[in-house]
Write a protein that binds this ligand. Sequence first.
Ligand code: IMP
Ligand code: MG
Length: 179
Amino acid sequence: MDHRIEEILIPKRKIKSGIKKAAKWIDNNYSNTGRDLVLIGLLKGCIPFYGQLISYVKTDLIMDFMVVSSFKGAEKATGLPEIVTDIYTDIEGKDVLLLEDIVDSGYTIKYVREYLVKRKPNSIKVLSLLDKKAGRKVDFQPDYYCFDIEDKFLVGFGLDYQEKLRNLPYIGVFKKVKK
Ligand code: IMP
Ligand code: MG
């Protein structure tokens, strides 16, 4: 275990089984719709989740990504989110599924959802790996999430502390450095 981790909250195999269930949810909801499904990942936190998820999804999908800055490497989101890089796909009339690593205050994903709704997709839903309900500051619920988590600062499997630790294969509680 990395020395910056207090405890492993979700081990690798548990992440995998959670993600497999999410893939089934996608197949149940989006196969045979007759419309295109666009899977939009919010970079960079979505990368491990996105990569593992699509390996289990059977439904045809179009991949796209957005860079949205909300966290700025600090522990709490500051100010309004900013769209740094937009998607390339024309989503009008298509089904959009937004992929997020974690919904905390809800500001980021709510903002992105409202931003994309203006382009008139047929539907837009949110799938999050983690749901930190206690952190919520706005009225927002992901349509599906893999794990419900406590209000602790987590790292690994995409989640960072000052841009590092995203590559840990598990999700752990970050060890606060005593000053
Ligand atoms: P929100 O706008 O407060 O919902 O924050 C969403 C973003 O904050 C996520 O996409 C993460 O990048 C980041 N974030 C929230 N909680 C954590 C955490 O516990 N560890 C690492 N990043 C987090
Ligand atoms: Mg993020």
